[in-house]
Design a protein around this ligand. Structure first.
Ligand code: PBG
Length: 327
């Protein structure tokens, strides 16, 4: 006798075409943003040891990489710069001939349709590696915001399509919005790193961007990993201050936060699948312990399923190549 209920879930799992028809979440190249690191010099393409497949590019090679992204159908890149010199005020971050400003001009010139998003922060540019002006042992919020505004304006002058503040200072989204609007850039969207956690998953990035803090940590400005309600308050503030896209970062250990943000506010949500999440998959795959492509696809799909509209990921390029294998 049949003791099952009328609904037999396995009926719709019988073959791949049935599975495709009832699949709830689809991940496409159009959802992805590829982060790139730019350095001074010519003809530089140095692989970052803790992020296999990711490189430090000089501007000339960055342009070649940007062309490849466009040809793969990836909508955009987010750029991180490594300056020639670091100082107490992170001057190269807002210099009109700084590395990012040069990179943006070169990409927009060669591949105008590729979206160029610029990460706005000071940690790569300061000699102490903190995300702002340090005095009395801590980052000074309001004076740092003034520098972030200068940095955002210089990115806009260089031709950036989207400004992405990642510093976690209070009030910076409103200040940047006001400055962009007041200087003829009211059309430029802000992608705010709104719920950015003080995370050990940024380890490989700090090698890549040479931005590890020389003393202390970032816990006085980035969020405590234990907090989710606070993420809602952070996002609410950034929406009020004029952010267009709200980001949760990292992604995989914070899927509940992505879900809460998306269900609380019906706004475009970005998730950053960060360097440590990438490095763990790469390392395990290199050891032959997991199948890299299937694990990457599963991880990225979970981020989309949780509610992200777009994903910043170092897998963007390889995904666009291997996705065909998964239908
Ligand atoms: C800059 C910044 C960081 C990342 C993006 N922007 C590092 C940090 O806050 O320490 C991390 C990205 C990654 O790990 O992939 N503040």
């Amino acid at each position: 006798m049949n003791t099952f209920s009328v609904y037999r879930p396995r009926r719709l799992r019988a073959n791949e075409n049935l599975r495709r028809l009832v699949r709830e979440t689809t991940l496409t190249v159009a959802d992805l943003i590829y982060p790139m690191f730019v350095v001074h010099g010519r003809n530089v393409a140095t692989e970052i040891s803790s992020m296999p497949g990711c490189y430090h590019y000089s501007v000339d090679n960055l342009v070649t990489a940007a062309k490849e992204l466009a040809s793969l159908g990836i909508p955009g890149t987010i750029l991180f710069g490594i300056p020639a010199e670091k100082d107490a005020l992170g001057s190269e971050a807002y210099a009109d001939d700084g590395i990012i400003q040069q990179a943006v001009r070169a990409i927009k010139d060669a591949v105008p349709t590729l979206l160029v998003i610029t990460d706005v922060c000071l940690c790569e540019y300061t000699e102490h590696g903190h995300c702002g002006i340090v005095e009395e042992g801590d980052v000074q919020n309001d004076r740092t915001v003034e520098l972030l505004v200068k940095e955002s304006l210089s990115h806009a002058r260089a031709g950036a399509d989207v400004i992405a503040p990642s510093d976690m200072m209070d009030g910076r989204v409103g200040a940047i919005r006001k400055a962009l609007d007041g200087n003829g850039y009211s059309h430029i969207p802000i992608m705010a790193y709104s719920a950015k956690y003080a995370s050990a998953f940024y380890g490989p990035f700090r090698e890549a961007a040479e931005s590890a803090p020389q003393f202390g940590d970032r816990r006085s400005y980035q969020m405590d990993a234990a907090n989710a309600e606070e993420a809602i308050r952070e996002v609410a503030l950034d929406i009020e201050e004029g952010a267009d896209i709200l980001m949760v970062k990292p992604a995989l250990a914070y899927l509940d936060v992505i879900y809460r943000v998306k269900t609380t506010f019906q706004v475009p949500v970005a998730a950053y699948n960060v360097s440590g999440e990438y490095a763990m998959i790469k390392a395990a795959a290199q050891n032959g312990w997991i199948d890299e492509q299937r694990v990457a696809l599963e991880a990225l799909t979970s981020i989309k399923r949780a509610g992200a509209d777009m994903i910043l990921t170092y897998f963007a390029k390889s995904f666009s190549v291997f996705r065909e294998a998964f239908g």
